[in-house]
Design a protein around this ligand. Structure first.
Ligand SMILES: C[S@@+](CC[C@H](N)C(=O)[O-])C[C@H]1O[C@@H](n2cnc3c(N)ncnc32)[C@H](O)[C@@H]1O
Length: 437
């Protein structure tokens, strides 16, 4: 029998990974306590007001609104619990003890709670109708470039037949080693169980075998696209939907838990309700805007073309792909370059993993994630410096636009909205001379 993670035989790396896993689980569970404390603060402020001020506010309205906020917080917590419920079996090569959702969570760090709140907003960006405009600005140019530079994919992108539940996408296993999160995840697209008679079952099995053969042939033909820092997976999913073979890579367990839930457990359009803006107290135009629901997913995530080759790998891009040489036809990065401690290391690895003739498509700003973090190294290169590195490494520019307006997890009703002037480019790793001739 496989050992539970956490037994006496585990290595130091495994121990750290297990502790990290439980820290993130705890943060998901701590949401209610954290959020309700914020509501209590608002209630205290209200009670402390002089009676005359309370009357001006039409006293009844505000406590009623805060009650509504409380109810939304409870709902978000239920969603977090459901996501967690699917997390314990998500890694093929890892087993954790069954989650105990009864035990009291301990206070989580402000950093982790920020990550959790961002994950709710990321659901809006990636999987809601409300996020469509944002996806059009960020993902559409990348998807267009994938089609332009990789050519037509072999997949049947128009079909909505579900992929076979067991034709699980081939996970990334180039080095077999663990990474910072030390985990490795494959997404499976599950079929809805259906009532079938025996004859139907036989027919279905035959069809399935045929389909698997076709799938295999198709997977061998489709250009392979890698999406590092894939967040909740929508861009990688869209690339797969176009018929390419695609792997998303992500190292945040907040993202991985949530994408696993959306990609594998949510089949019905708009079946999941969340309240991503409920803790946004500033810049609210109408009180209702704060407590309004958002529905996800806007599409059925399991509706990929037959033979779709879609997978997610978990872990640090720099570690997971360190042994890949000339493997990928395309690397697509979206709002990712600035997550690096040292962006040059990202550029070098992208060069290494790309096949000669392969392309790197990038979209994003340079909001360096580690810039102000104590104890973290951070190299904040300007775009012209990055551009020079890209050219020095050997890439050739095919396309470049230094001013593409895009938003990131925007609340469309907020009075504060950021617009990024992103850089979009496509660069090519030149084909080997012998391949050209
Ligand atoms: C700003 S988000 C962008 C997510 C997605 N590409 C999008 O456009 O919505 C950056 C993502 O990269 C992930 N990330 C950061 N550094 C990473 C690394 N070294 N390896 C893998 N993922 C990483 C983060 O966890 C985060 O989900």
């Amino acid at each position: 029998m496989a050992a539970w993670s956490g037994d006496a035989r585990e290595s130091e790396g495994d121990r750290q990974e297990r502790e990290h896993f439980w820290r993130v689980v705890n943060a998901f569970r701590y949401y209610r306590a954290y959020a309700l404390e914020r509501v209590r603060r608002a209630e205290r402020e209200l009670r402390a007001l002089p009676p005359a001020h309370r009357r001006l506010l039409r006293e009844a309205a505000l406590p009623g609104h805060l009650q509504c906020v409380r109810a939304r917080v409870e709902h978000n917590q239920l969603l977090h619990d459901i996501i967690l419920g699917t997390a314990e079996h998500m890694f093929e090569n890892k087993r954790y003890r069954p989650l105990n959702l009864e035990a009291e969570p301990t206070p989580a760090t402000a950093f982790d709670m920020d990550k959790l709140k961002s994950t709710l907003k990321q659901l809006v960006r990636d999987w809601s109708s409300e996020g469509q405009g944002e996806r059009d600005s960020c993902y559409r140019p990348i998807l267009n470039a994938v089609q332009t530079y990789l050519g037509a994919a072999s997949g049947d992108s128009g079909s909505s037949i579900k992929s076979n539940g067991d034709s699980c996408c081939d996970g990334h296993s180039s080095n077999g080693s663990n990474n910072s999160d030390g985990c490795h995840q494959n997404h499976r697209h599950q079929q809805h169980p259906q009532q079938e008679n025996e004859q139907q079952q036989q027919q279905n099995e035959q069809q399935l075998n045929e389909q698997q053969k076709n799938n295999h042939k198709q997977q061998q033909k489709s250009p392979r696209v890698l999406v590092p820092g894939s967040g909740l997976g929508r861009l990688a999913w869209e690339i797969t939907r176009l018929g390419y073979s695609c792997q998303g890579n992500e190292f945040s367990l907040f993202m991985l838990f949530t994408s696993h839930y959306i990609l594998n457990r949510c089949h019905e359009v708009d079946s999941v309700r969340l309240y991503p803006w409920v803790l946004q107290f500033s810049n609210t135009r109408r009180a209702w805007d704060r407590v309004r629901p958002v529905l996800v997913p806007d599409v059925d995530p399991s509706a990929l073309p037959p033979g779709a080759d879609f997978s997610m790998s978990a872990g640090d891009f720099l570690e997971v792909y360190s042994l890949d040489v000339d493997v990928w036809d395309c690397v697509a990065t979206c709002f990712f370059l600035d997550t690096a401690h040292n962006v040059i290391a990202y550029i070098e690895l992208i060069w290494q993993v790309l096949k000669p003739g392969g392309v790197w498509i990038n979209m994003g700003p340079l909001l360096y994630h580690f810039e102000n973090m104590v104890g973290e190294s951070s190299l904040e290169l300007s775009y012209d410096q990055i551009r020079q590195v890209i050219v020095q490494v050997g890439f050739v520019f095919e396309e470049e636009n230094e001013c593409v307006h895009a938003t990131y997890t925007e609340n469309e009703r907020s009075m504060l909205r950021y617009i990024y002037d992103c850089v979009f480019f496509v660069v090519r790793k030149p084909a080997l001379k012998s391949e050209c001739s």
